[in-house]
Write a protein that binds this ligand. Structure first.
Ligand code: DX5
Ligand code: ZN
Length: 219
């Protein structure tokens, strides 16, 4: 299966987003990870639907929206209208996870579910078939630039085994602390969609960084 890189906009130069998007797209990247934070589910605030809709005309990349939001159902239609392509909600933030996924799918969107490091994959056993993506958080969500939790490699392996056993089609996304030292382990464990923030966006080095990561996943 092909492995993709999805750069996380949280680490981009916020005063220069149009140029940042162009740099990423010119490298041949076709998925952009956009973090939405509500200050309640996670101790930080980032990107709302208005920002996503302003970015939409600037890029043809798929917008992969990671909602770190309590009760995300309230905002799903706003992100659909804003131009999201895939919407990922946290299992821990949904009172009725199956229903939240149904809401996302009802708009014809790709649906993902994210799991905090403390959440076992078993919470997804009733929804695997509905999912386009499962996001294994490899840090506690809320901030870029944190250290990858190596114990998550085992969890990625368990999910990859489950996917194989059930012949499911969801992508296995990882997010948090992925860099040149950690990317090989998550790939070996079975990750197929790799979010990279602070190790991707760096002043005057973003293109070079992304080319290096693309080379690794295309090896
Ligand atoms: C963290 C976010 C990530 C973040 C990753 O809660 O979900 O997408 O931008 O940043 P790095 O790659 O720096 O850990
Ligand atoms: Zn994220």
């Amino acid at each position: 299966m092909d492995i993709i890189i999805s750069p996380s906009l949280l680490a981009a130069d916020m005063g220069n987003l149009e140029q940042e998007l162009k740099t990423v797209e010119l490298c041949g990247i076709d998925s952009l990870h956009i973090d939405v934070m509500d200050g309640t589910f996670v101790p930080n605030i980032a990107f709302g639907p208005d920002q996503v809709s302003m970015l939409r005309p600037l890029s043809n990349m798929q917008f992969d929206v990671h909602m770190m939001v309590q009760n995300p159902d309230r905002f799903i239609s706003s992100f659909v209208d804003a131009g999201a392509d895939c919407i990922t909600v946290h299992a821990e933030a949904c009172t009725h996870l199956h229903r939240s996924i149904q809401v996302i799918k009802s708009f014809g969107m790709k649906a993902g579910v994210a799991l905090n490091p403390a959440t076992p994959i078993g919470v997804l056993s009733h929804v695997y078939e509905m999912l386009d993506l499962v996001l294994i958080m490899t840090v506690n969500p809320g901030y870029g630039g944190q250290k990858n939790i190596a114990a998550m490699n085992q969890k990625i392996k368990e999910l990859a085994d489950m996917k194989r056993a059930g012949d499911y089609s969801f992508a296995i996304q990882v997010d948090g602390g992925i860099n040149l030292s950690t990317i090989h382990d998550v790939i070996d464990a079975g990750a197929t969609n790799i979010v990279i923030g602070s190790a991707a966006f760096q002043k005057n080095k973003t293109k070079q960084n992304l080319e290096t990561f693309l080379k690794i996943v295309n090896e």
